[in-house]
Design a binder for this molecule. Structure first.
Ligand SMILES: *Cc1c(COP(=O)(O)O)cnc(C)c1O
Length: 390
């Protein structure tokens, strides 16, 4: 094996903040520290920076600036969309449609609403992790107040037919929310093309800072306030703005969208080489997620007879950062709800590995991982009690 490298392949969990983004954020911690709500030049500077960032986010997703609300990230944006629409539509109905493979930032608010008496349909997915749009149509009733289906899945990378789902929701006058956290910078995201009335995004998934994101709310969509207090974000999300974070988000989304065609193609070529290399050299292995309709940076493979956590430890010892799926469930021993929904038997779901690439990865990184994995898997299988009669 060649010399030890440091290889980061967990970009679905978070990404490094780009130097260009850090650079534009820094002055808003120091010389331009003003509160955007105050009435002097220093504050106007901050206010203008927030509004410029709002314009950039709007331009990136084909929205108007007044339809963009800054949040503390993807989780808050998803919570607001689901709970905010539910609260504002209680008189109209109590039924929500989502998918079984949503991020917990959507699933857990839905569970919380169920405890309050709302009814939730969790649509199944096929073996590739895709929702069938016809199932959305069949699930809609007169009481349905929201359809929420993610644009692309964070664990297995499957891209959902959101445009069709959005059209169906609109035909029935039901608002459509999409968690587009993994989609920004990966493929073209437009709120009109997707038929989205609400859309969540998060800066740290595309080269921006953690703790800042946005919720798009189409004009006229009924939604409750998220945070009560001051008049920030047109009174719907009170609290002094995270000015440096918002400025960083604006710059990051601008760069991510501008560089998307080139980055996506380059990253997809590395993805395909990783997938092919793993499937060809390691037996008893299968690809999770859709073979074509998948995020350009996502590799998710199941290795029979091994534990995903053991693979991670072995990779970590070689300087490779990867994941078993969702960072949010890595502390639990439950098999991933996404892989389970795809019908993966537990012995496969437990041995799954997610490698998510970024523009900073190189062909040498791919070679390093491909050189390391066969030995790791062979050694773990030798020791595996799961191996049974094999
Ligand atoms: C990361 C992620 C979130 C949560 O975003 P945060 O900004 O980390 O709260 C929500 N949905 C998806 C699909 C994600 O990948």
């Amino acid at each position: 094996m060649e010399q030890r490298r440091s290889v980061y392949m967990d970009h679905a969990a978070t990404t490094p903040v780009r130097p260009e983004v850090v650079e534009v954020m820094l002055p808003y911690f120091s010389e331009w520290f003003g509160n955007p709500s105050s009435l002097y030049a220093l504050a106007r500077e901050a206010k203008e920076a927030v509004e410029e960032a709002r314009g950039r986010v709007a331009a990136a997703i084909g929205a108007s600036p007044e339809e963009v609300y800054f949040t503390s990230g993807g989780t808050e944006a998803d919570n607001w969309a689901v709970k905010g629409v539910a609260a504002a539509s209680r008189k109209k109905g109590d039924h929500i449609i989502t998918s079984a493979i949503e991020h917990h930032a959507v699933l857990h608010p839905c569970r919380a609403l169920e405890k309050q008496g709302y009814r939730v349909t969790y649509l199944p997915v096929d073996e590739f992790g895709r929702v069938e749009p016809g199932d959305v149509e069949d699930a809609i009733t007169d009481e349905t107040i929201l359809v929420s289906v993610m644009a692309a899945n964070n664990e297995i990378g499957s891209i959902q037919p959101v445009a069709e789902i959005g059209r169906i929701a609109h035909d029935h006058n039901v608002p459509f929310h999409t968690d587009a956290v993994q989609a920004i910078g990966a493929f073209s995201v437009g709120v009109d093309a997707m038929g989205a009335d609400l859309l969540a995004l998060s800066a740290h998934k595309f080269g921006g800072p953690k703790g800042t994101g946005a919720l798009y709310v189409r004009r006229g969509t009924r939604i409750g306030t998220f945070m009560d207090g001051g008049a920030q974000e047109r009174g719907r999300r009170a609290g002094t703005e995270n000015v440096p974070g918002i400025v960083g988000l604006g710059r990051a989304i601008n760069l991510a969208v501008a560089e998307m065609p080139r980055n996506a193609a380059r990253v997809a070529a590395m993805r395909d080489r990783l997938i092919r290399g793993i499937l060809e050299t390691i037996p008893d292995t299968r690809l999770n997620g859709h073979p074509i309709e998948r995020l350009p940076n996502n590799v998710n493979v199941a290795f029979r007879y091994v534990e995903g956590e053991s693979i991670l430890l072995s990779l970590d010892a070689l300087g490779i950062a990867a994941s078993t799926g969702s960072a949010c469930t890595s502390a639990s021993l439950e098999p991933s709800h996404v892989l389970t929904a795809c019908g993966l038997p537990p012995e496969h779901a437990h041995g799954s590995l997610r490698l998510t690439l970024g523009p900073g990865n190189t062909d040498a990184d791919v070679d390093y991982v491909l050189a390391a994995l066969p030995g790791i898997i062979a050694r773990l299988r030798e020791m595996s009690p799961l191996r049974g009669g094999a």
